[in-house]
Write a protein that binds this ligand. Structure first.
Ligand code: UDP
Ligand code: MG
Length: 342
């Protein structure tokens, strides 16, 4: 099994973990990696670990490793994670060199995870650790490659967030050939095959919800109730969500580029009809001075359409530009607990 870090990296760390997790254990139990991203979650680390350990202890048929990705936290998160990893040998901490965002942190965790199954879960206890058992059970019952955890209600999200999320799923799935399932966060179980497929995707800007959907595989869903955040605040401000949304759409659909052709064609057709009508009217009634307001409105309207079109073009050109630089998705400062046997 080859685990790639930074995608084109040949660092000693990459080589060091180029070892199957199974080779480091003498057990024949299936191995499960729990991958969780942490960004300034210092109030949560211990509670998360206590809840997780409790649930993992109830699953003696599996060997677990816990891959905690510290996404450049500026508070005590990293120290607390290292403290825990000194106590519990199953914990490995991937320290990123700065804050790269949740998508990159998840990619890092997936690249480092060595288990036969990988479960991604948020650190804020919004996805209850109890889900781990349910995900594994669902996998055993169905032999699926991916088990999704689907939120049955978003009661704890604000009304505005629910409405925008719902509108976003509709717009994204209308525009994009890759449909993302509604109300599915990043909490899911994947087999090693799926994880390798994801790690092998070359793009550096990673909209994980879309990539998860793009790789496909046999998928089943289980339902769960999403809890409120254990403490602290969501790291996704409205501005960040807006950028995230635009990134999702432009990563998976080119319709926003093509749509301008249709809008242009419709506009040209309407203008042509108007020109014909205008010629006839002039022939029959002679020249008059048409309304100034309608002229101004149409100029402004079409001017704005052109600006929006340019903006959309710019978004895609920007993405091509960023991808063409081939910068890695994330940089690892250090992997703590790397060579440990479990
Ligand atoms: N997160 C991260 N990097 C970031 C932002 C968030 O690793 O730049 C982590 C965060 O610590 C948490 C998970 O991603 O474990 C989900 O974040 P959050 O709870 O803020 O998002 P929400 O649940 O509101 O979508
Ligand atoms: Mg959360």
């Amino acid at each position: 099994m080859v685990v790639k870090i930074n995608r084109s990296d040949d660092s000693p760390e990459t080589k060091a973990i180029d070892v199957s997790y199974r080779a480091t254990t003498n057990d024949t139990k299936p191995t499960v990696s729990i991958v969780c991203p942490f960004y300034n979650e210092s109030g949560i680390v211990h509670a998360f670990y206590a809840a997780l350990r409790d649930k993992l202890d109830q699953l003696p048929d599996y060997l677990f490793e816990i891959v905690c990705v510290d996404d450049g936290s500026s508070d005590q998160t990293l120290d607390e994670l290292l403290e825990l990893s000194a106590q519990d040998r199953r914990i490995r901490v991937v320290e990123l060199s700065r804050n790269f965002g949740k998508e990159a942190a998840l990619s890092a965790g997936l690249d480092v995870a060595r288990g036969d199954f990988v479960i991604t879960i948020d650190a804020d206890l919004q996805d209850p650790p109890e889900l781990i058992r349910q995900l594994l059970e669902a996998r055993n019952e169905s032999d699926a490659d991916v088990v999704l955890a689907q939120r049955i209600d978003r009661r704890h999200d604000s009304r505005a967030k629910r409405a925008t999320a719902s509108a976003y799923y509709s717009v994204h799935n209308w525009l994009s050939p890759v449909k993302i399932p509604r109300n599915v966060g990043d909490c899911r179980l994947m087999t090693r095959q799926v994880v390798e497929a994801l790690s092998g995707l070359p793009e550096t800007q990673r909209f994980m919800k879309g990539l998860f959907a793009w790789v496909g595989f046999r998928t089943v869903a289980i339902e769960y109730q999403r809890e409120p955040r254990f403490s602290g605040r969501s790291k996704f401000s409205w501005r960040r969500l807006w950028n995230f949304g635009i990134e999702g759409i432009t990563s998976f659909s080119t319709l926003p580029l093509r749509i301008w052709m249709y809008i242009g064609m419709t506009g040209a057709f309407v203008t042509l009809c108007y020109a014909v009508y205008f010629v006839f009217r002039t022939l029959m009634h002679g020249v008059d001075v048409p309304g100034y307001a309608s002229l101004l409105v149409s100029i402004l309207f079409f001017g704005s359409l052109q600006l929006i079109g340019l903006g959309v073009l710019g978004e895609y050109v920007g993405r091509i530009y960023t991808e063409s630089k081939r910068r890695p998705t994330y940089l690892v400062r250090k992997i703590h607990g790397l060579e440990r046997k479990s």
